[in-house]
Design a protein around this ligand. Structure first.
Ligand code: PDD
Length: 286
């Protein structure tokens, strides 16, 4: 069955939603995006995603779409029309189309393109992978320097996922100057003793909405949190490792570059944080 998607003010069957070949997200990757998860038919952390979208747009001098203030209602309408109980909503804003190719940004009369679509994922919360854990490879971080802006320049993360797949693994951690930045599409953590370690916020990583929530829940549960960079070697010697994102929530990592982490099975801290995150996020969902 075809999805109903949203494009610039209209709800349309996916086959009827069309954008210009001159759209700057297509020609220049001149677009930003958000992925919001849906549990029990409700949006997880919507306010955080909307706030980060606003920041991404501002950092790139991109106009806010006219419908910016209606985004919550548009998300909800798509959930309703597509009958989503568990899944994701993808949102993208591009700088639009000036009707030709030009490196220079178009003037303000060119309106941004706003697209949203749903991804139906029954079983997203009860993902069997969370009981097995991810196997990770490490690769050099070759992305641009403004990873705090959630842009649609996803070729390198995509290449990283392909390298992981070719190695029989689930994902890749990106390494710059000897230290892990983050995963291809998630934030990276290790656990040593009773301390959760994850890279500090800067332009080098995406400021994950799940990261913010998980660290808050960890602190509320009296767990120790250290925000600093770590190496692959330190990760391999850690007691546990995990990643967070809107699509994986808290996902244990059991192997990095062939070395088993801790016992080689998902660890208790990751398991506990996953349970707390899912429980608290469901309660706060809108
Ligand atoms: N990715 N780091 C990167 C590079 C990401 O692409 C993502 C999210 C995260 C986690 O952010 P959040 O917790 O806000 O989802 C960290 C989304 C899920 C994606 O591209 O599909």
């Amino acid at each position: 069955m075809s999805r109903i998607v949203y494009l610039n003010g209209d709800y349309l069957p996916e086959e009827e939603a069309k954008i210009s070949i001159f759209d700057r997200s297509f020609l220049m990757a001149d677009g930003v995006y958000e992925v919001t998860s849906v549990l029990d038919g409700k949006l997880i952390d919507f306010a955080g995603h909307a706030k980060r979208l606003e920041r991404s747009l501002a950092e790139l001098d991109m106009q806010k779409p006219d419908a910016f203030d209606d985004l919550l209602e548009i998300h909800r309408e798509l959930v309703r029309r597509n009958d989503i109980n568990e899944g994701m909503i993808y949102l993208q804003v591009s700088r639009g189309s000036a009707g030709d190719r030009d490196f220079v940004y178009p003037d303000a009369s060119v309106k941004p393109t706003l697209v949203l679509f749903t991804q139906n994922k029954p079983g997203l919360a009860d993902n069997p992978k969370a009981r097995e854990g991810f196997k990770i490879i490490s690769i050099e971080d070759q992305r641009w320097g403004r990873r705090d802006i959630k842009t649609t320049q996803l070729l390198y993360p995509s290449m990283g996922k392909m390298m992981a797949k070719a190695a029989g693994c689930d994902d890749a951690w990106l390494v710059e100057d000897g230290h892990v930045t983050e995963g291809t599409s998630n934030n990276a953590y290790i656990v040593k003793g009773d301390t959760i370690i994850t890279r500090h916020l800067s332009n080098d990583i995406l400021h994950g909405i799940t990261r913010a929530a998980v660290l808050r829940f960890a602190r509320e549960a009296q767990m120790k949190v250290e925000e600093r960079a770590f190496t692959i070697k330190e990760a391999q010697q850690a007691d546990e490792a995990f990643v967070t994102s809107a699509s994986t929530f808290v996902m244990p990592v059991v192997e990095i570059d062939g070395a088993a982490i801790g016992s080689g099975a998902p660890g208790p801290v990751a398991g506990r944080l996953r349970d707390i995150y899912l429980e608290e996020s469901r309660k706060a969902a809108v």
